[in-house]
Design a protein around this ligand. Structure first.
Ligand code: ZN
Length: 462
């Protein structure tokens, strides 16, 4: 008899499936790429390979809904193969790529191109977003209906923000008509102007132009009003400011269809890091320094791996983001994985592009800063990486229900390791976390029943 394809029996792990409120030691049986059963002491035909998950967490495949894969046009930074390899190593079975490419993903043809290429070269699932406006120029709407037919899961001008509120209103109306969420990079250009870091104490000390928190908050408030007016689902990307969390909290209480996401760098680091490692570890990084042990990771001041958009903010903002994650105001975690070449980042702080890589560190940093600190439960963190993004984007993912696609992540929440530059699978090396001791690591990544990566043998079966 032929062995069933893409079948596995995961044994002995702690299965956490927030969509089904399931958290218990159990086996997971996968047959032909689908979840067949979850339960104790499952038996399977001898031909099905067992996978020992003892001591590990077994959960629905993690989804990162905010990733820059840089195709088409910017493949010196990243491509579909390297970006999805980084996702796989980070424990992610699905990524959602942003449309600010060259050209922008603003036509059905480009969506089709990326989907075909991802099918061929990607090692995890790739979902595509379309631009809200043509060429992400903020002036004229992209053909949203055509993009939807081509298979996009959301619209966004990420990297940019539509300043014209009437245009944004129309985008919301079309998005609602086509059942698409609008994901927005919240940045008011007239307030932010040429800002390169958080406007506050450190921007003054360092003599860098400030990007005030209000530059984000104004657009979050605008989005709340437009979501209420149009009934469209608006999702605020990479929230960084305390005021944004407060606005979102109040709006959600009123039932406005608004949501938000947070990235690890905004709830781990602060603007003090731009002043160099010593300043960070001695002030806002004190709590984190203890875990790092004797030798603290070092970096100089003006290190461009601490330049991102929106910028790292104050300790108060960092605390507010954690609070928002804890009370459910922010229901999604993601990386904003934004690869850039060394030569692009190795310039003066003012001139460097915004963004850092994140797919390989986000699980560990979320565990460290949110779960190990008892800020949120393990199940809650997993929900923010699985069922919550799946619901927002209407993806048929994010659960281990029988019959679901067998996308599964196995991770060790307590594994201590050091993130090394040479170990990254991304094509780019712009991470602020190289040399950091981290706690929590993916052990295996399973996509549609296929073990695409496992920690022990580094095997890639694609
Ligand atoms: Zn953005």
């Amino acid at each position: 008899m032929l062995a069933p394809m893409n079948s596995l029996l995961l044994t002995g792990g702690r299965v956490v499936d927030p969509a089904n409120r399931f958290d218990s030691p159990a086996d997971v049986l996968i047959i032909d790429g689908k979840i067949s059963a979850v339960g104790k002491n499952l038996s399977a035909p001898k031909s099905i390979e067992p996978f020992d998950a003892m001591g590990k967490i077994v959960c629905p495949g993690l989804i990162d809904l905010h990733v820059h894969l840089r195709e088409p046009g910017q493949t010196a930074k990243e491509n579909l193969a390297t970006g999805t390899a980084a996702a796989m190593r980070g424990g992610f079975t699905s990524v959602v790529c942003m449309p600010n490419t060259v050209p922008a993903i603003d036509t059905a043809g480009t969506v089709a191109l990326i989907r075909e290429r991802a099918e061929r070269e990607g090692v995890v699932n790739v979902f595509v977003t379309g631009a809200i406006t043509k060429n992400i120029a903020g002036e004229e709407l992209a053909p949203i209906g055509g993009l939807k037919h081509a298979g996009i899961v959301a619209i966004t001008d990420d990297g940019h923000c539509i300043q014209n509120n009437e245009l944004m209103r129309h985008a919301c109306e079309y998005a609602k008509m086509f059942g698409l969420p609008v994901m927005d990079h919240c940045q008011d250009y007239s307030l932010v102007t040429e800002g390169v870091m958080h406007e506050g104490y450190w921007s003054t000390v360092l003599g860098l132009r400030g990007w005030p928190a209000a530059g984000e908050e104004v657009i979050v408030a605008r989005n709340i009003l437009l979501a209420e007016l149009t009934g469209a689902k608006i999702h605020c990307q990479h929230l960084s400011a305390a005021g944004s969390v407060a606005l979102l909290r109040e709006a959600k209480k009123r039932g406005v269809p608004i949501s938000g996401e947070a990235c690890p760098h905004h709830f781990v680091l602060t603007d003090a890091a731009v002043a160099g490692s010593e300043k960070f570890w001695n002030a806002d990084g004190k709590g984190l320094a203890k875990f790092q042990g004797g030798e603290l990771p070092e970096w100089p001041k003006y290190d461009t791996n601490f330049k991102m958009n929106p910028p790292l903010r104050s300790a108060r903002d960092r605390e507010a983001i954690q609070e928002g994650l804890a009370d459910g105001t922010i229901e999604i975690l993601c990386s904003d994985h934004a690869p850039h070449c060394d030569y692009e980042k190795e310039v003066e702080f003012d001139y460097a592009p915004f963004g850092i890589t994140g797919l390989e560190t986000e699980l560990a940093l979320s565990l460290m800063q949110l779960v190990h600190t008892k800020r949120i439960s393990l199940a809650d963190m997993i929900a923010k990486f699985t069922v919550n993004p799946a619901r927002l984007l209407n993806l048929n993912k994010g659960t281990l229900s029988a019959g679901a696609d067998a996308d599964v992540t196995v991770f060790d929440p307590d594994c201590e390791w050091i993130f090394r530059r040479e170990d990254s699978a991304s094509k780019s090396r712009n991470s602020p976390f190289f040399g950091w001791k981290l706690k929590g690591k993916a052990a295996a990544t399973i996509v549609a029943g296929k073990l695409v990566w496992a920690e022990r043998n580094e095997s890639v079966a694609v």
